[in-house]
Design a binder for this molecule. Structure first.
Ligand code: OAD
Length: 238
């Protein structure tokens, strides 16, 4: 395996997707087993699905909460926690994942661009901040309401909604000199475009995963392998 050298002047932007949590037992979205109760994820995670049947949406996210609570961070999450400990403010981690395995492996300079499983927020966008909520609901009656009267919804970016923290992401991408992308199929935007944005500012771009992503041609290096097997040995700190 050709090592990725991290130089003293490097600023590293990491983007992770569902693949980094696969070895922790959490299913990815576009795998063959990525369907849930016969639904495509795209049909459950939309504003229209929420309007039509909020319980279907809560049932799905309750199931995902339960799975994430049972899961443990793997060697790939740990390798990124260690990288942050070495690089400090020269490190930034943007994840599309809504589980908290990065935090549990020590990551702090972290942004969840698609939201967080363990939080809920008002469906009416009344301006109140998301609240901690790890509950696994058994029926819609159990789901609380915001003080404004709106029902609580998962703090998740549904398809068609704008990802969180885009301003910060653009700033970090513009100053990154090395971009590392792990375990994402490159099929959901805008995240799939980040490699182009980083490349335009001259950053080296490296992908790690068992299959080539859809945007593979945009990377300077593609390392084929499982994140938990590759990441602990991939870097050489100069
Ligand atoms: P996908 O399910 O589209 O892709 C997962 C990727 O992980 C695939 O390319 C796999 O090859 C790879 N993979 C599988 N096992 C791996 C391993 N052990 N190590 C490394 N990689 C592995 O998931 P995402 O690209 O993350 O959005 O999906 C993007 C977004 O679509 C998600 O954040 C979610 C989803 O709908 C929202 O919830 C808003």
């Amino acid at each position: 395996m050709v090592k990725v050298r991290i130089l003293p002047e490097d600023r590293v932007f990491v983007l992770t997707g569902a693949g980094i949590s696969a070895e922790s037992g959490l299913p990815t979205f576009r795998a063959e087993d990525g369907l849930w109760a016969g639904h495509r994820v795209e049909d459950v995670c939309t504003p229209e699905a929420w309007e039509r049947n909020p319980w279907l949406v809560w049932e799905f996210y309750s199931m995902r909460r339960a799975a994430a609570q049972r899961a443990e961070p793997n060697a790939a999450h740990a390798a990124l926690g260690e990288m942050e400990a070495r690089l400090g403010e020269r490190f930034f981690l943007c994840t599309q994942n809504v589980d908290d395995l990065h935090e549990r492996a020590g990551s702090e300079r972290l942004l969840h661009m698609h939201g967080e499983l363990a939080k809920s927020r008002c469906e009416l966008e009344c301006g109140r901040a998301p609240v901690e909520d790890g509950a696994i609901y058994g029926s819609l009656d159990e789901v609380g309401r915001c003080p404004c009267g709106g029902r609580l919804r998962p703090h998740i970016v549904f398809f068609g909604e704008t990802p969180l923290g885009m301003e910060r992401i653009q700033k970090e991408l513009a100053r990154a000199t090395l971009m590392l992308v792990v375990g994402t199929s490159g099929s959901v935007y805008p995240a799939a475009d980040f490699v182009y944005w980083a490349g335009r500012s001259g950053a080296r771009t490296v992908y790690v995963g068992p299959e080539r992503p859809r945007n593979a041609a945009a990377f300077t290096q593609v390392v084929e392998g499982k994140a938990g097997e590759v990441l602990p040995h991939l870097f050489e700190y100069v």
